[in-house]
Design a protein around this ligand. Sequence first.
Ligand code: ARG
Length: 277
Amino acid sequence: MTTTRTSTPRHYLMCSPKHFEVSYEINPWMDVTRATDTARAVRQWENLRATYLAWGHTVDLIEPIPGLPDMVYAANGATVVDGLVYSAKFTYPERAAEGPAYQKWFADQGFVTQTAAETNEGEGDILMVGDVILGGSGFRTAVAAHAELAALTGREVVTLELVDPHYYHLDTALAVIDSDPASPLIAYYPPAFSAASQAVLAARYPDAIMASASDAVALGLNAVSDGRRVVVAPGAVDLAAQLRERGFEPFGVDTSELLKGGGGAKCCTLEIRRAQP
Ligand code: ARG
């Protein structure tokens, strides 16, 4: 028996890959000797944006800044929980200027923003599942940022340790499929996590979808779900089949050009969560 799933309207922030290129290497996917096709990146990104719009979601845009080629990965730009904006503070100097750029965008829109004291890469490592926040650490985000975020939001932040450099951000190893507090569901790739964190995930989410190695390497876990429809990398066929079995509707959206920077659909999508009335 499959459960009926429900889409809820989402509000996203995206940034065009107009200035996308791979001019430095800060994760194992990036190779400066491999050519990038910026026009193709823009076409793929436009298609992702059009998908969200066709589904009735709101997509705001931040102006890309020349010299910040990774700014397209909007998920890293900040974390927005209950209408509160926690700024990003990047690990690598190449991306440092993105934190203030995103924070300014939110301040200009009238959001209350909090400047992070601790190193964190926004929704790349901070994912909200129901009432809980999952915090990645190990490569980019400091465990101290999890505590800072918990104090700021009053929410529980569960630390998860990443151990495989290919899955350097939590959103490359774990996807939030259902964020409804009544029926939280995640998908993840266990080998990306330390043994202790695998045990935490298994205890908290006994019904989770386990992604295969081929799902993971296609960056299939960099997926975006609205509660029913799920944008997923076309190569993540096992994951798509499991989503269908559970009553979700996976949609393959090709972001292969952006994979050269080490990111997929979710990396390009920052969710703006308003305060619940
Ligand atoms: N080149 C970027 C970096 O290494 C890719 C970021 C991908 N974003 C994400 N949310 N996983 O920082």
